[in-house]
Write a protein that binds this ligand. Structure first.
Ligand code: AMP
Ligand code: MG
Length: 339
């Protein structure tokens, strides 16, 4: 398939991409979290094509993106009070909420679940495309299943050229990790995936919020899970990654003791010059927002470097750092050393 490339800064490009989507096509579009692979959320065939283009397992549901609160009534069967409170505070923004689904949403979009995931993105290009298309867009991350989520146009071109109708460049994603996901469909309100909107912020607004055990732990074989995406290793780089939980000093000592060819350090900016192996940095030790912004790009750089083994320095698992930690334990296949 021919993939048309667009630049969001050029006149007419948003409208052209919106037209492709209206006509049942697939387009990779920028959002503030990561790039999304979008299709008309009401179009069964188009949503099926998302799964095909990504090589995504059919039981991993898609997030539906809106550009106006009035779109919600055709997507969700109800709008719980807690969701209303969070929407007032954090929408538009990097927060996805799970609600009971409306009959208008095809089963393929929600992977046969009775619920649907909804997000109102803040990115001006994403919003303009949804608005011009006039339909909500189902959009998982625009990577091939199993590779790191794309945070730039170049990442999407690398993964999806020839597999989608269009890719539009809207610059690098500023958040860098996928949206926070919170569920309102069970008895309790549960954080299913940590992101830029933190657990601490959610609790400030709602009081009690549980954290799904899949956020921090490996699932048992065949275990049922609220967020199917958590089942998959995902974000898996080619090299074998070990996550090191340690102070900077101990991490540097450990890596230098194990230095040999093919070994890489995925470390903080401040550590690189003290390490005697090849390094890829993912932001300052002191900024969880920077770490989130750079982590997926860093994992892609490592993939291209030919690294065989990677010692990744663990971020602090609080604030936005919880999101970075959650992605890294998966990239490491839960291989963790605590010093
Ligand atoms: P991605 O857009 O690639 O980040 O993937 C979407 C994520 O949203 C996956 O991890 C799904 O498991 C999660 N998700 C989407 N819809 C639902 C739903 N109805 N219930 C629970 N999780 C969902
Ligand atoms: Mg994804």
């Amino acid at each position: 398939m021919e993939t048309l490339l667009f630049d969001a800064k050029k006149e007419g490009s948003v409208e052209a991409v919106a037209n492709i989507l209206k006509n049942g096509g697939l387009a990779a579009i920028p959002t503030e979290t990561v790039y999304g692979l979008a299709a008309n959320a009401f179009d069964e065939k188009a949503c099926e094509n998302i799964f095909k283009a990504k090589g995504r397992p059919g039981d991993n549901p898609l997030i539906v993106h809106i550009s106006d609160m009035s779109m919600l009534k055709d997507i969700a069967a109800e709008f719980p009070e807690g969701a209303r409170l969070l929407a007032e505070k954090f929408w538009p923004g990097p927060l996805t909420m799970i609600m009971k689904k409306s009959e208008k949403i095809p089963d393929v979009t929600s992977a046969n679940l009775p619920s649907v995931a909804v997000r109102f993105p803040a990115h001006p290009v994403a919003r303009a495309i949804i608005e011009a298309a006039g339909i909500p867009l189902a959009a998982p991350s625009a990577n091939l299943s199993g590779s790191p989520s794309p945070t730039s146009f170049e990442h999407c071109v690398h993964d999806l050229m020839g597999r989608v109708d269009a890719i539009i460049d809207g610059g690098a994603s500023s958040v860098g990790v996928e949206s926070t996901i919170i569920s309102f469909v069970g008895e309790k309100t549960v954080l299913l995936r940590p992101g830029y909107i933190t657990l601490e912020q959610l609790r400030e607004t709602l009081g009690e919020v549980e954290i799904s055990h899949a956020v921090l732990e490996k699932l048992e074989e065949g275990e049922k899970v609220l967020s199917p995406g958590m089942k998959y290793k995902h974000y898996a780089p080619k090299a074998q990654v070990t996550l090191i939980k340690a102070s900077s000093e101990d991490y540097i000592k450990f890596v230098n003791e194990h230095a040999k060819e093919g070994i890489f350090a995925l470390c903080f900016d401040e550590e690189a010059e003290k390490l005697s192996v090849s390094t890829v940095t993912y932001g300052s030790e002191f900024s969880d927002a920077e770490q989130a912004e750079h982590i997926f790009d860093a994992l892609r750089i490592i993939d291209e470097s030919g690294a065989e083994k990677v010692f990744a320095h663990s971020p602090k698992a609080s604030g936005i750092g919880l999101a970075v930690y959650n992605r890294l334990i998966r990239a490491a296949g839960f291989d963790i050393i605590e010093l």
